[in-house]
Design a protein around this ligand. Structure first.
Ligand code: GLV
Ligand code: MN
Ligand code: MN
Ligand code: MN
Length: 395
């Protein structure tokens, strides 16, 4: 089943994945999910927010044990971030059947829509909507780079956006959610473990920085006469790096848009998106405030106006100790580690008991075509997930 998914949305030039929400590549992934559910005789449904579910047992019975992740990707993402969790979930159900396990609680696999936020700028849209952490009104306002709104995109993909919103009844049926994910760092590689358990997710957010100057001729405008927003932007990138390093935080400008974007024109606008994360909220707030202050100071010198808008924010997540300890007991010597990456599990943890498993990533590289995981480690992840599901659902 892993191999069937590999060509979907893969860019021939870069080898990276471009599986953005509600596009043709996303539709292929979603068809794959539906087919996996049907091939196993699982009950298949799509919820009001477009998340896909595959049920073993009766969802109405409640106290379900749910596992899964996402199938969309960042621009030129790797093969594992998201899909490893979904594929491992189906494989773990297969393993339970092979063991002859008799679940006393319903089990489900879920594919949450638009986890990466690559198209509409907000991560975890499917799980946020379900958990009531994103209002339908705010979701209706989300637009992609071509001005297509989220409801329009859903409609074009054949989904009804009319009912998007909180889904408390569905979440109330879930007794435990466990998301398996490729590790996006090297902690497991360094500690020599194949599988780990998440303790916490760092608080993180996205800020849009607009630098507005004056477009002018690159060949005739004296340097002293320029109001060049690219300079202010460049200084801000350097400042972000320095402030983050001093605070032990992370700050990344990974996306930038330039207007008019001509080789021989000084830009009128540079728009850069800051992704920043830290172990605690206080540190994160301080780092972002310092980056913003430094951008404004530099803007004044350059004659460039600076505007900063926070586009999204996810507070720190501490996974509940009861479920985490249960996993630790079921898995023996799996280490417990925090992560700086966001996940649907982080969103769900506000509504249902939630835990995460990480599978070793030998290079730590993620959000890149070079992301990788060894086959043996992925199989160990499936076994660990099956042990967890069996422990939770069969006793
Ligand atoms: C999602 O993968 C994120 O942490 O940005
Ligand atoms: Mn990701
Ligand atoms: Mn992911
Ligand atoms: Mn993610």
């Amino acid at each position: 089943m892993w191999r069937e998914l590999l060509p979907v949305g893969r860019h021939a030039g870069t080898g990276g994945y471009r599986r953005y929400a509600w596009t043709a590549a996303d539709a292929e992934c979603r068809d794959w999910f539906r087919d996996q559910a049907r091939a196993r005789g699982l009950g298949y449904e799509v919820d009001r927010n477009g998340n896909q579910w595959a049920w073993l047992g009766d969802p109405a019975a409640g106290d379900a044990v749910v596992t899964g992740s996402h199938l969309d990707s960042v621009p030129d993402g790797g093969a594992f971030d998201g899909p490893l969790g979904v594929v491992s979930s189906f494989a773990a159900l297969d393993e339970l059947r092979a063991r002859g396990a008799r679940p006393a609680r319903p089990l489900a696999v879920v594919n949450f829509g638009d986890e990466e936020g690559a198209r509409f700028g907000l991560a975890c849209v499917g799980s946020r909507l379900a958990a009531g952490q994103l209002t339908p009104e705010a979701a209706h306002r989300l637009k992609d780079a071509d001005g297509v709104t989220l409801p329009q995109a859903m409609e074009r993909a054949g989904y009804d956006p009319g009912a998007i919103g909180p889904d408390p009844e569905r979440l109330a049926r879930i007794g435990a959610f466990v998301e398996l994910h490729v590790e996006q760092g090297r902690a497991l590689d360094l500690s020599g473990h194949r599988v780990g358990i998440a303790s916490a997710i760092w608080p993180h957010g996205r800020w849009r920085f607009d630098f507005r100057g004056e477009a002018n001729h690159a060949g005739t405008t004296r340097l002293e006469d320029r109001r060049d927003p690219m300079l202010t932007y460049a200084e801000t990138v350097l400042a972000a790096r320095k402030k983050a390093r001093l605070a032990g935080a992370l700050a990344t400008f990974g996306k930038v848009a330039v207007e008019p974007n001509g080789v021989n024109a000084i830009p009128s606008l540079v728009r850069g998106w800051l992704d920043s994360r830290a172990a605690d909220q206080e540190t994160l707030d301080a780092v972002v405030a310092e980056i913003e202050r430094s951008a404004r100071r530099r803007g004044e010198r350059d004659g460039v106006a600076v505007d900063v808008v926070r586009e999204s924010f996810t507070p720190v997540v501490e996974f509940g100790h009861a479920l985490r300890d249960r996993l630790a007991a079921l898995l023996g010597d799996a280490p417990v580690l925090p992560t700086g990456a966001g996940h649907d599990a982080g969103i769900l943890s506000g509504s249902v008991p939630t835990a995460m498993l990480f599978v070793r990533n030998p290079t730590g590289v993620s959000h890149s075509p070079a992301e990788t995981a060894a086959e043996d480690d992925c199989l160990a992840g499936v076994t660990a997930l099956a042990d967890v599901l069996e422990g939770l659902a069969c006793s």
